[in-house]
Design a protein around this ligand. Structure first.
Ligand SMILES: Cc1cc2nc3c(=O)[nH]c(=O)nc-3n(C[C@H](O)[C@H](O)[C@H](O)COP(=O)(O)OP(=O)(O)OC[C@H]3O[C@@H](n4cnc5c(N)ncnc54)[C@H](O)[C@@H]3O)c2cc1C
Length: 368
């Protein structure tokens, strides 16, 4: 049983950092959270949360506060590039007894997590250096201040400074994908998560409540385009289904090079990595938020059950690694389907696509 006086610093107030803050507060600790951004911000994009994200949020008593936001998604539809049906996944059945799937604005998810974390985030604060000792870490912040902590949680994303300062892993690797995201107000009426699969590219669109659609598209590339909106329109100009209407309506488009990483160790001494800092991968299964919140739940549970911090961190890492490795491997499986020519792939998906795509979530239906 870890003392409630344990001094914990959480670096990063994204999904992982705020979820860890919430989980540790529920366990009776009073962690500090620092964030380099000047304020909470309001990411314009949407996010899709599968059923295991809802279950992890429920463990933090945050599922009910999230329920007013976004839209429940009951079905995934997979279409060919012309908009013809390939296969479907019944999400209500797949995630029965686990949780609802939901699409919502990221800013709403962030607001719920921030209030769950007690709102006590020190913004505009960046970590500059770590000095590890046997059972503590001295942290120097960019403004020159110092603090001594019993545990530092690196929740600072895929390009984690904490990870680099702790000397584990290298920089993330490009996956060979560039992703495009945008939000459309109005657009075609849609109830389902709907993806159109082309040759080495795909276009996903889903409703997220309030008459808004969230769209995510990707292409096999490693270079950011100069004008993401123009490139999106060029890439998907020949697509059918809802795509032409979405392309007409989309205004601001953000592009990102998608990277992944697999540092050999997540808990060097009194430092521990969570969320994208530990296991970022391509968002093809939409598991980033779910994995981050599950990390938080398991970390708090492991620390509470352990006799020492070291035992707790070892238990956390050994519990989480198989699951995040599964997500990365299934993500690779899914991404490989984009390299198969549609003339070969589409008949297979018409026959067995539903079962293939459901299988990607098999382990994740089980509790974290
Ligand atoms: C295009 C795209 C689409 C995606 N779609 C989905 C989806 O639909 N569903 C889903 O579940 N996941 C999705 N993901 C993945 C998901 O966004 C991430 O897995 C998730 O945001 C990870 O959260 P995090 O808190 O670990 O990291 P981040 O969200 O990166 O948060 C890290 C935080 O740390 C702060 N920070 C960084 N460095 C420092 C420092 N030195 N000091 C202090 N603070 C610092 C940052 O400012 C940031 O606030 C998508 C990702 C991409 C790229």
């Amino acid at each position: 049983m870890i003392e409630s006086s344990l001094r914990v610093l959480i670096v990063g107030a994204g999904i992982a950092g705020l979820a860890v803050a919430r989980a540790l507060r529920l366990a009776g600790l009073k962690p500090e959270v620092v964030e380099r951004q000047p304020g909470p911000g309001a990411a314009e994009e949407g996010i899709y949360l599968p059923g295991n994200a809802a279950r992890a949020l429920r463990e933090l008593d945050l599922e009910a506060p999230l329920r007013p936001y976004g839209q429940v998604i009951e079905r995934q539809r997979f279409l060919d590039a012309c908009g013809g049906r390939l296969c479907e996944v019944d999400l209500t059945r797949l995630w029965a007894g686990v949780g609802e799937c939901r699409a919502l604005p990221r800013s709403d998810l962030h607001r719920v997590l921030l209030s769950g974390a007690g709102g006590a985030v020190r913004f505009d604060t960046e970590v500059y250096a770590l000095r590890p000792a046997a059972s503590s870490v001295t942290v120097t912040f960019a403004d020159g201040r110092e603090g001594r902590y019993d545990l530092v949680v690196g929740a600072d994303g895929q390009r984690s400074t904490v990870r680099a300062l702790a000397g584990v892993g290298g920089p993330p690797r490009p996956t060979g994908l560039v992703a495009y995201r945008g939000v459309v107000i109005g657009g075609p009426p849609l109830r389902d998560w709907t993806v159109l699969l082309g040759q080495r590219s795909g276009f996903l669109v889903m409703p997220m409540g309030g008459g808004r659609l969230y769209c995510y598209a990707d292409e096999a590339s490693t270079r950011l385009p100069a004008d993401p909106r123009a490139r999106l329109r060029e890439l998907f100009a020949g697509y059918g289904g809802p795509v032409p209407e979405v392309l007409d309506a989309v205004d601001r488009v953000h592009a990102a090079v998608i990277e992944e990483l697999d540092p050999g160790c997540w808990s060097p001494g009194r430092v521990v990595l969570v969320g994208d800092a530990a296991h970022a991968c391509a968002p093809s299964l939409c598991q980033g938020a779910a994995m981050a919140v599950e990390d938080a739940v398991v970390l708090a549970r492991a620390l509470t059950a352990a006799g020492t911090v070291e035992e707790g961190l070892a238990a956390y890492e050994s519990r989480r690694r198989p699951r995040t490795t599964w997500v990365r491997n299934r993500t690779h499986d899914r991404d490989r389907t984009r390299d198969v020519p549609p003339a070969l792939r589409d008949p297979l998906l018409r026959g067995r696509g539903g079962r293939i795509f459901e299988e990607h979530y098999r382990l994740l239906v089980e509790p974290a």
